[in-house]
Design a binder for this molecule. Structure first.
Ligand code: AMP
Ligand code: MG
Length: 418
């Protein structure tokens, strides 16, 4: 990787333009080498009921059998299976009813020859009984139970450890917990569970021209589009989003906000080389501006580095660039810190291009496409400021740096937004 010394005292690139741009592959390599494997996932223990969607931090081995006793799977009669052999509605066989077994309230005697115990679903099997004859196959006459069908040994009996056996590894570390996982964990006696901590992600939205989300644009001011978008992307990727009010293009204000502790800091706007672009300077001065300027479109004025142990991503203010730079770089880091899969969180399909799409060699392109089945039509508007191009699109393609684009009818990979 060939990184310039962005932290030298003479590194003020403002109004000089980017001299060189880092490739997307080198930026990914920097992320990979800066995320130290293993040590990056801090663990917290949380209540089981809050754990769905969280990432399990340890393998779970059961210390108990579930169920811990043999139990009936039906409402009916617990008896000796072989005594029902030959029973039909024309050949009813009579049993003495010697008691009842209810869930949590077992029958304490022994089922002997010619006898049966009334039993409910989930109730413990009495000693001596080998099967349950469902109530549908019986009739009552003169306090006797008449068996009118037969059952084989073990029929309708749930055996000890049938659900979970002692010593079984029921879940492995790294799993995204499902609601039913919580049910199984509870059934083995867990009330709390160790999960990977969600990284704290501070979202700093900068720009003097911005109005808070929820305000109608007026005069020369525009409403913040990036805040709500980034906030939901961070949530999607398992981060805890913290978004203070809009920040002016004021170096001191931005610096104070960037120095507040977090795991990841996203700065929207002011990432480039203009007069008002303070974030790269602050990062270079107080931390490490590892990468500034990336060979991609949109998103080329993005940057990244480390400040106070936090990953910092400088995201261009143009909303499409912001989305693209977040998805290429920041989202990966947030997912990795939270123990999730770093790779693209989008479903990938194979599609056929309806039109030619051109790209400059040396640069990665993020091209929005509309899908009609597996036909992918490139969206003509490609400006980085036209965010609605991403709402009209069904997905995007990545055109690699070494490619001049694709001819019409080429087979391409499309990542679907939904
Ligand atoms: P900047 O990266 O700050 O130079 O901004 C580039 C362009 O994106 C300018 O036209 C800004 O007005 C616009 N922009 C910056 N931040 C936002 C935002 N949060 N929402 C919508 N547009 C923005
Ligand atoms: Mg700005």
């Amino acid at each position: 990787m060939n990184l310039r010394n962005l932290n030298s005292p003479n590194a003020d690139v403002r109004m000089k333009g980017f001299l060189t741009r880092t490739t997307v592959d080198d930026a990914w390599a920097w992320i990979g080498s800066t995320l130290p494997a293993g040590s990056r996932n801090s663990i917290e223990v949380i209540s089981l009921k809050d754990a769905a969607g969280r990432i399990l931090a340890e393998d779970i081995i059961s210390e108990v059998n579930v169920p811990g006793f043999n139990r009936s799977m039906m409402d009916g009669y617990a008896l000796r299976a072989e005594e029902t052999y030959g029973a039909t509605s024309y050949n009813a066989l009579a049993f003495n009813i010697i008691g009842t077994s209810l869930p949590g309230q077992p029958f304490t005697g022994i089922v002997t020859l010619g006898s049966a115990v009334r039993i409910m679903t989930g109730a413990p099997m009495p000693d001596g009984a080998t099967a349950v004859l469902p109530v549908e196959g019986t009739e009552i006459q003169n306090d006797m139970m008449l068996a009118m069908s037969e059952v084989s040994i073990g029929k309708h009996v749930g055996v000890i450890g049938e659900d979970v056996a002692v010593g079984a590894r029921i879940l492995t570390a790294g799993r995204t917990l499902r609601p039913q996982d919580l049910g199984v964990l509870s059934s083995i006696g867990r009330g709390t569970i160790p999960v990977i901590k969600r990284p704290l992600v501070r979202i700093l939205i900068t720009g003097n021209e911005l109005l808070p989300a929820g305000t109608s644009p007026e005069g020369f001011q525009i409403a913040d589009a990036n805040g709500p978008m980034l906030y939901s992307l961070v949530n999607r990727d398992g981060g805890i989003a913290d978004m203070p009010p809009l920040i002016h293009d004021n170096r001191d204000q931005l610096q104070a906000a960037m120095l507040e502790p977090a795991d990841v800091i996203l700065v929207s706007g002011g990432s480039s080389v203009g007069e008002e672009d303070h974030a790269p300077q602050i990062l270079a001065q107080h931390g490490t501006l590892a990468i500034h300027g990336i060979a991609m479109r949109p998103g080329s004025p993005a940057g990244m580095g480390i400040l106070n142990g936090a990953f910092v991503f400088l995201l261009p203010g143009n909303p499409v660039s912001c989305l693209c730079a977040y998805d290429f770089f920041a989202g990966r880091v947030i997912r990795a810190l939270g123990g999730r899969n770093e790779n693209w969180p989008y479903r990938r399909i194979t599609a056929t291009l309806t039109r030619r799409i051109v790209s400059t060699v040396g640069r990665v392109d993020y091209a929005r496409v509309k899908l009609d089945g597996t036909a992918a039509e490139p969206i003509a508007v490609s400006g980085a400021s036209v965010l609605s191009s991403t709402t009209q699109a069904d997905g995007f393609m990545i055109i690699p740096a070494n490619s001049e684009g694709f001819a019409a009818n080429s087979t391409v990979d499309v990542f679907c937004y939904d």
